[in-house]
Design a protein. Structure first.
Length: 352
């Protein structure tokens, strides 16, 4: 029993041993142990989440500065030094504040696993975040809606699959990842207004259930994508690639008797292959390429959500916009949740 207890504590600490001589314990083993813990903890559907990548980014600033120093020397002044290093890197103010919070979180984890003294964690909490107008770190520009003219210009040159993704997102105000992961099995079509229940979403760790209402206009867009396997993603890069090749073949000027025939000049094992569904990155890149081709300023798919939210707020009010965008707090009661759903259904009926 004693052996099992010690092994369990050892695994909980990320296979690191506590050291009673805190003044001699270096910071690097703490960093390594926390990365191992984060790699296990920040997983979704078997894949690393973005949070894990951000943690590694933050610790990559700490390690060169203090990795070989005793952990007892890492106090508020050391954390402020790391903070200034991030400013020198040109990171934005809000990003720096979040990264500093992740470093403090590492010491909280280390203290809870008896790897460092809790006094270190409490001391680091005294370091204030960067204040607007009182730091050299720049602030992010506010995310603004996309002009309708820019949306139409991009739609004119996008392949039809990505164009439908843009139209669907513009009508439903869903997040970019939610349109990428859309599958027929996630859609309840038993009512006039369909309901899309994403299998995973941004706020699910808060206990929220995400529901996206799909009105008549958005339903019309999806009609051509639902006659397939229920667990297959509606918008497929492979189908987009096939459409592009067919279009190029149709516009071919060289006779078939000359040059390469369709399918004969493809690589046997290409380094990059089209996947079964779009990612937020590939979706964004497709839109950016269309913007370049249309010779307009680049815009990202998340701005479509802002466009939809702005229009809904202007027409239906702030509360309706919050309902559709899914910005309600995690501790709302079932009464408020039902009221939100009725509001969202009303908006989807009129907007699309």
């Amino acid at each position: 029993l004693e052996y099992d207890r010690r092994v369990s504590e050892w695994l909980q600490r990320g296979r690191a041993l506590p050291d009673a001589r805190q003044s001699e314990l270096l910071l690097t083993p703490i960093l390594v142990a926390f990365v191992k813990h984060a790699n296990r903890y920040y997983q979704k559907d078997g894949n690393e989440t973005r949070e894990f990548g951000l943690i590694k980014e933050a610790l990559a600033v700490v390690r060169p500065l203090y990795g070989k120093r005793p952990v007892s020397e890492f106090g508020p002044l050391a954390l402020q030094t790391v903070q200034q290093k991030m400013v020198d890197k040109g990171w934005t103010r809000k990003h720096i504040n979040k990264q500093i919070g992740r470093i403090i979180r590492m010491f909280k984890w280390a203290a809870s696993n008896e790897l460092v003294s809790a006094d270190i964690y409490h001391a680091l909490q005294t370091v204030p975040g960067l204040k607007q107008g009182r730091t050299g770190a720049p602030d992010n520009k506010p995310v603004e809606p996309v002009a309708e003219a820019d949306i139409e210009a991009a739609l004119a040159v996008l392949n039809p699959i990505v164009a439908d993704m843009v139209r669907f997102q513009r009508l439903t105000a869903c997040r970019p990842e939610e349109v990428c992961w859309l599958r027929p099995c996630n859609i309840d079509r038993s009512n006039d207004i369909w309901r899309y229940y994403p299998s995973t979403h941004k706020t699910e760790h808060h206990g929220r259930r995400r529901v996206i209402c799909i009105g008549p206009k958005a339903q019309a867009i999806l009609e051509g994508y639902l006659d397939q396997s229920p667990d297959r993603h509606c918008f497929s890069p492979m189908e987009a690639q096939t459409w592009t090749r067919n279009r190029r073949s149709a516009g071919r000027k060289t006779p078939m008797s000359c040059g390469n025939r369709p399918g004969t000049n493809c690589k046997a094992n290409p380094r990059r292959q089209a996947k079964s569904c779009y990612t937020t990155d590939s979706y964004r890149r497709a839109i950016h390429r269309a913007c370049e081709k249309a010779k307009i300023a680049k815009w990202s798919p998340n701005r479509l959500r802002h466009s939809a939210g702005t229009d809904i707020r202007a027409k239906f009010g702030l509360e309706a916009s919050q309902c559709v965008l899914g910005h309600a707090k995690a501790d709302v009661t079932q009464i408020y949740a039902e009221r939100d759903m009725q509001t969202a259904i009303k908006v989807a009926t009129e907007v699309g």
